[in-house]
Ligand binder design. Structure first.
Ligand code: RNT
Ligand code: ZN
Length: 417
């Protein structure tokens, strides 16, 4: 089918495909740097265990071992995806060298340790989001911001404050807001005797971190909740209620929802509008939960589509979109590209919904026809519009990008030790 035909078919349905394409082109989607090296980072021994209740499994060849390798891989990903890419960094990806004085611990990080990333983003016109790293570090006792040990807690608060300064710098340098997401893995494997104490200390720590000055138009701090982590099954300090209440407690902090962080029958697609009924903005980590794991590669599946429909319905400018998954068992470039393209697909799919008509059907109480319309949408010529979108973005179509990944694996990834 030609794009013109598809366009006509959607037009008959009251949908302007050109407008959908043009809108989607401008929506930033944050690409997480940590898919490229199995969340190891550059600031500590890369062979240390990943802690905080998260885990990567698999040892597919080609993990990025240096900033240069990671940047080359990210460039490859960018060349294979349509849309507006934003970078998402973790503090553990600081780059230390002779010019900036060499290694420092996380509480002493400065903007200069991210200068190479700023240059990387600037050369490519990317914005950058940021995350303090509260895991995989000797100072996790194993608690961080909720630790009863004041020295530990102070270290991690200082890390958070350093990250606020870095986030402000990233936003100023790149001219795009920086979403600074706070996620901690603090919790207990087994039944604790005091649930309130850690949550109160954590609240104090967040307040201390956010007492660091920043421009709320440039830096958006977030609190990301979780149900449980591996080895942290019984109690998570920053549970969903804790995070939603924390974000509600101050005007300069928003909620971040990771769709792998809820009980299996809870869905983020339903939670978005609940938060947006109160807040101007919300942030998302788009991932795929599978049983106990929260971090599989995002597919073009029902829930990804439903989340994206809600994002479009509530307002694309109100939701900060980011990817969060890490699979070490398959080609990492392919994992990244697939996940990124699938969210782009789901967003385009959502933009092709006749949303006014559907909303009217709901408000008229015509739920029978609503179901019919929603189902009919599924066999519209979406693939043709997607192909046109890729073409207009200068990105390869489906079936045209994987051979490039194979070649890159052969020429570059397989040569890494
Ligand atoms: C972990 C959280 C968190 C991390 C990243 C690396 O369960 O989802 O967002 O994945 O910060
Ligand atoms: Zn997450």
């Amino acid at each position: 089918m030609s794009y013109q035909n598809a366009k006509q078919q959607y037009a008959a349905f009251g949908v302007d495909t050109d407008a959908a394409i043009e809108t989607l082109k401008t929506v930033p989607l944050s690409l997480h740097c940590w898919q490229g090296d199995d969340v190891r980072g550059f600031d500590t021994d890369p062979n240390k265990p990943l802690t905080g209740g998260i885990q990567t499994t698999g040892n597919y060849p080609g993990r990025a071992r240096t900033p240069e390798e990671l940047m080359a891989d990210i460039d490859r990903v960018i060349s294979l995806v349509p849309g507006t890419v934003k970078l998402n960094l973790h503090a553990s990806y600081a780059i230390f060298n002779e010019e900036n004085g060499g290694w420092v611990d996380r509480d002493k990080l400065e903007p200069k340790h991210f200068q190479k990333w700023v240059d990387f983003c600037r050369e490519r016109g990317l914005g950058c989001d940021f995350n303090p790293t509260f895991f995989s570090h000797p100072k996790c006792d194993p608690l961080t911001l909720s630790s009863p040990n004041e020295e530990t807690r102070r270290f991690w608060v200082d890390h958070g404050r350093a990250c606020v300064r870095i986030s402000q710098y990233l936003a100023e340098q790149l001219g795009q807001p920086c979403v600074m997401n706070i996620w901690i893995g603090d919790g207990f494997k087994d039944i604790p005797a005091d649930r309130l104490g850690p949550r109160l200390r954590c609240k104090q720590s967040f307040d201390e971190i956010l007492s660091e000055p920043f421009d709320p138009k440039l830096v958006y701090p977030c609190a990301e909740s979780k149900v449980f982590g591996i080895g942290v099954e019984s109690y998570t300090v920053t549970s969903a209620e804790w995070c939603v209440k924390y974000a509600a407690s101050r005007p300069d902090c928003i909620t971040l929802m990771d769709n792998g962080h809820y009980h299996p029958t809870e869905v983020v697609s339903d939670k978005l509008s609940a938060v947006l009924a109160y807040d101007e903005k919300v942030a998302l980590h788009i991932t795929r939960g599978v049983r106990w794991d929260s971090d599989h590669v995002v597919l073009f599946d029902d829930e990804t589509r439903e989340i994206c429909k809600e994002v479009v319905r509530c307002g694309l400018d109100r939701v900060f979109l980011a990817l969060d998954f890490f699979d070490a068992s398959i080609n990492r470039i392919s994992a990244w590209v697939n996940g990124f393209r699938n969210v782009q697909k789901a967003l385009l799919y959502a933009l092709l919904e006749p949303k006014e008509e559907l909303k009217a059907l709901q408000d008229e109480g015509n739920l029978t026809k609503l179901m019919v319309r929603l189902e009919e949408q599924k066999t519209m010529p979406f693939g043709t519009v997607w192909e046109e979108y890729c073409r207009r973005c200068g990105a390869p179509a489906d079936r045209a990008w994987y051979s490039d990944v194979e070649r890159y694996e052969e020429d570059v990834l397989r040569k890494r030790g």
